[in-house]
Design a protein around this ligand. Structure first.
Ligand SMILES: [Zn+2]
Length: 197
C-alpha cells in the first residue's frame, strides 16, 4: 500500500501526510491522525467528489479539502499525495527554488514546480495559488512552511514524483546548486523530452 511506503521511505513523519485516489464518483483517502505504516484497507475513508463522507470508520485526513479541490479543478488527476519529506520541505520553508533541470528524471516528472508561499489552508489565496499552478500544467506544489503536494494520473506516477522531488531536493542541498547552476542546458532537455513523445 502506497501510504505505508510513504512512511517507510521516510517521506513523511509521525501521523503527517495523506494519500487519496479518485475512482469514478468516489475519492478514497487516508484517515486523520494515523501513522501510515499501520494503515490497512479497512481504515480508508470513502468520500463523494464534493467531499462528503460516504463510508469508513474514521474521519478523513484534515487536508481532504485540498485533495477534493485538486480533483475538481484538474480532470487529469486521479491521485493526490501530500507529505512532509525533509529536504523538499526544507526548500519550501526556506523559499528556495529547485534546479529542476539538474537531473533528467526531475526535468521529466516535476516540470513545472509551483511554489506557494505560506497561506492559511482553506483560504482563497491558497486556492488561487493552486489554480495558477494547475493552469501552468503543474503536478508538483511546494507549500511554504508546510510540505509538498504532488498529483498524478496513477499511483505509480504520483509516487515517482514525490520520490524524485525529494531526491532532487536532497542532491541540490548537498551540491548547493540553485536554479541556473549545474543544470542540463534547456535545449538538450527539450531535445531529450522530444525523443520520449
Ligand atoms: Zn501536511
Amino acid at each position: 500500500m502506497y501510504s505505508k511506503l510513504l512512511w517507510d521511505r521516510g517521506l513523511t513523519e509521525g501521523t503527517g501526510g495523506n494519500v487519496s485516489m479518485r475512482q469514478d464518483d468516489s475519492v478514497f483517502i487516508t484517515p486523520t491522525s494515523m501513522i501510515k505504516h499501520f494503515l490497512t484497507d479497512e481504515d480508508i475513508v470513502e468520500l463523494a467528489t464534493d467531499g462528503t463522507k460516504v463510508a469508513g470508520k474514521y474521519n478523513p485526513s484534515s487536508e481532504y479539502k485540498m485533495h477534493i479541490f485538486l480533483y475538481q479543478n484538474n480532470p487529469d488527476v486521479n491521485v493526490v499525495v501530500h507529505a512532509h519529506p525533509p529536504y523538499a520541505t526544507a526548500a519550501a520553508v526556506a523559499g528556495r527554488e529547485l534546479p529542476v533541470n539538474m537531473l533528467p528524471e526531475s526535468a521529466l516528472l516535476l516540470t513545472p514546480i509551483t511554489y506557494i508561499p505560506y497561506q492559511m489552508p482553506g483560504s482563497q489565496g491558497f486556492a488561487d495559488a493552486f489554480i495558477n499552478g494547475i493552469e501552468k500544467g503543474s503536478n508538483v506544489f511546494l507549500l511554504g512552511n508546510h510540505g509538498v503536494t504532488v498529483t498524478g494520473k496513477t499511483m505509480t506516477e504520483a509516487f515517482a514524483r514525490i520520490e524524485t522531488l525529494e531526491f532532487l531536493s536532497r542532491v541540490s542541498f548537498l551540491t548547493g546548486a540553485e536554479p541556473g547552476t549545474m543544470e542540463i542546458p534547456d535545449d538538450q532537455i527539450q531535445a531529450w523530452l522530444a525523443t520520449l513523445k
